[in-house]
Design a protein around this ligand. Structure first.
Ligand SMILES: [Zn+2]
Ligand SMILES: [Zn+2]
Length: 341
């Protein structure tokens, strides 16, 4: 089968022929129908050794949707259309037992961060996964469902940590409207009464934000961006979801937060937030969400099934992976890029 593999740090990914995997007891074999591309894939491809707690070679792809075609332990699963919960976890620590593999106590010690991140993922024709990782998507199209597994899951998990600040309304700001940001806007609209404001530097991204239900869109290129944002919510923002995490976006977030607010740093672009007391806003709560729990993914799939979340997906053939990576790298993907083997 064909698989998109990282063989060495700092080298381009290679689409190559490898033997198809075989499901062992307790696993399922999935014929991949779609695999999402994520900024963290770009980060992995651009990094050198010792950046991540895992090593090549492995097949990329941590957003996976497809059809179960073999299930040695439970033949009733064959034929199901599923998405995959991909974070690695030891399975036995307290965090894992509670379903939060994303916060496994032994993360960083295993040499694997998730499927497609240290072990073979879904950018291939087939992948085997533990049966406990699959979630049935019913009538959802796998291409539409695949971004739920990271972009949707991570946004939902971030909102789970911050959303209580919006129970009575207030204002939420989403910085960066890409694969995650547009789903964060939809989720905010679906479950909170908050006014949702978005900021991005790209015209298409602002258009996607509006289509996703944002009440207000603000151009990040504005010469008085902070003022533009505070005009929309003079007291500041109760929740800021920074989907970028760069120094410029964190600085902006800090300037527009309200007192007793929540800053969720979702993106990993390397910005730093200095926390000193006094000096930061009173009551500020900060979270650094990573992926989400299995239960969060069940929630997001259920919401998609009810039409409350609709990922915007740009489809590429697996053979055109280089074009997809290039588009993602240069901010040309409207929503989430997904590759179809
Ligand atoms: Zn990702
Ligand atoms: Zn664990």
């Amino acid at each position: 089968m064909r698989a998109l593999r990282l063989l060495h740090w700092g080298k381009p990914a290679r689409l190559m022929d490898v033997p198809a995997p075989v499901a062992q007891d307790g696993e399922v074999l999935i014929r991949v129908r779609a695999a999402g591309l994520c900024h963290s894939d770009i980060h992995v491809l651009d990094s050198g050794p010792a950046t991540f707690p895992f090593e090549p070679p492995f097949t990329l792809g941590h957003e996976i949707a497809g059809e179960v075609v073999d299930a040695p332990g439970d033949s009733t699963l064959v034929g199901s259309m599923v998405v995959v919960y991909a974070p690695w976890g030891c399975g036995t620590c307290q965090r894992c037992r509670s379903g939060a593999l994303n916060y496994c106590d032994r993360s960083g010690t295993s040499g694997i961060a998730g499927l497609g991140l240290g072990t073979d993922g879904g950018l291939a024709e087939f992948v085997t996964v533990e049966a406990s990782r699959i979630i049935d998507i019913g009538d959802l199209d796998p291409l539409d469902a695949v971004p739920l597994t990271d972009a949707g899951l991570t946004s939902w998990h971030a909102l789970g940590q911050a959303g209580h600040r919006l129970a009575d309304g207030g204002a939420a700001l989403v910085i960066g409207i890409g694969g995650l940001g547009h789903l964060a806007v939809q989720l905010l609209r679906a479950v909170t009464p908050a006014v949702v404001v978005t900021v991005d530097a790209r015209v298409e991204a602002l258009d996607l934000a509006r289509q996703s239900g944002a009440h207000h869109i603000v151009d990040a290129n504005s010469a008085h961006l902070r003022k533009d944002l505070l005009e929309l919510s003079p007291a500041g923002y109760d929740v800021v979801l920074d989907m970028v995490g760069a120094q410029t976006t964190l600085d902006l977030a800090r300037e527009v937060l309200r007192t007793n607010a929540h800053l969720s740093i979702v993106g990993s672009a390397g910005g730093a937030l200095r926390l000193a007391k006094p000096g930061v806003l009173p009551g500020l709560q900060v979270s650094l969400p990573f992926w989400g729990t299995r239960g969060d993914l069940v929630d997001v799939v259920s919401m998609a099934g009810r039409g409350l979340v609709r990922p915007q997906v740009v489809r590429y053939a697996l053979d055109n992976y280089a074009e997809a990576l290039d588009d993602l790298r240069h901010g040309r993907v409207r929503g989430r890029a997904a590759l179809v083997p």
